[in-house]
Design a protein around this ligand. Structure first.
Ligand code: B1M
Length: 208
């Protein structure tokens, strides 16, 4: 099956084959959302599992991530939400100390597709960079963290926004594998989103 082949190629880090598989699946009419969840994201879960079990090391994880990103790029135009255009500027980034960007990129893509202006601050983003983005007009800050050791930097950023007197001007949304709704409340965020499509819904609600 097409999806299984894409999945396997992501796990093995065969970037060219992943791109070819995604193109073929799209041409056959497979929904972009299905390719994303059942092949690309599912494969990254398998990569994480193998890493935990000691079968994969950082290089394998990195190569798989690159293969996944290539496939994701091809899906981008197809992930565009057909809903009503929303107004808002979202400054999104992965928190200080954290280099994981696949989930953050996906959330950014979906928000862009939903009509938001997205300012991608990248990875390893210092709290002052988020502050600057709000000073320059962002009305939503989106923070992603994949490591239990970096998620506390969400709170550091929220405190920095408070210190700069900007907390009331901006909505803060957080997400990433170790983040939970309870954690979002604990650090003073306005909302938590478990995945990219719910991030769009949550941002729409916050700005409504
Ligand atoms: Co890293 N890594 N990694 N890694 N890596 C994890 C996160 C880990 C769980 C693997 C494991 O042990 N099973 C583990 C963290 C353990 C922990 O903290 N408890 C881990 C580790 C330990 C590390 C290193 C420390 C390894 C080392 O060097 N010894 C190191 C840290 C580097 C650093 O950041 N400083 C490291 C490095 C790397 C690579 C560079 C090799 C690579 C990243 C490449 C890249 O991103 N460009 C990598 C990868 C690929 C992973 C796994 C395998 C996959 C992550 C991923 O992309 N998932 C990951 C294991 C796993 O998650 N299963 C792992 C797919 C992505 C679509 O999902 O990011 O969760 P995710 O995003 C989702 C949701 O969470 C949500 O929406 C997305 C789509 O639905 N979401 C948001 C995310 N952000 C959001 C923001 C929102 C809303 C929703 O609002 C703003």
């Amino acid at each position: 099956m097409e999806l299984q082949t894409i999945y396997q190629n992501v796990v093995e880090g065969n970037a060219g084959e992943v791109q070819a598989g995604v193109k073929a699946a799209l041409a056959e009419g497979v929904e972009a959302d299905v390719i994303l969840k059942q092949a690309l994201i599912a494969a990254m879960e398998e990569v994480g599992k193998r890493f935990e079990e000691g079968d994969f090391f950082v290089p394998e994880m990195l190569i798989a991530a690159r293969a996944m990103q290539g496939g994701l790029g091809l899906l981008k135009p197809h992930l565009v939400d057909s809903g009503v255009k929303a107004a808002g500027k979202v400054a999104i980034g992965t928190v200080k100390g954290d280099l994981h960007d696949i989930g953050k990129n996906l959330v950014g893509m979906m928000l862009e597709g939903a009509g938001f202006e997205v300012l991608d601050l990248g990875t390893d983003v210092d709290s002052q960079k988020f502050v600057k983005a709000v000073q320059e007009g962002a009305n939503v800050v989106g923070m992603s963290a994949l490591l239990t050791t970096t998620m506390s930097n969400m709170q550091t950023t929220i405190q920095a926004l408070q210190t700069a007197g900007l907390r009331d001007n901006v909505k803060v949304v957080v997400g990433g594998a170790p983040v939970t709704d309870a954690y979002a409340k604990q650090v003073g965020a306005d909302a938590f989103a478990p995945d990219a499509s719910s991030a769009v819904r949550v941002v729409r609600q916050l700005l409504a």
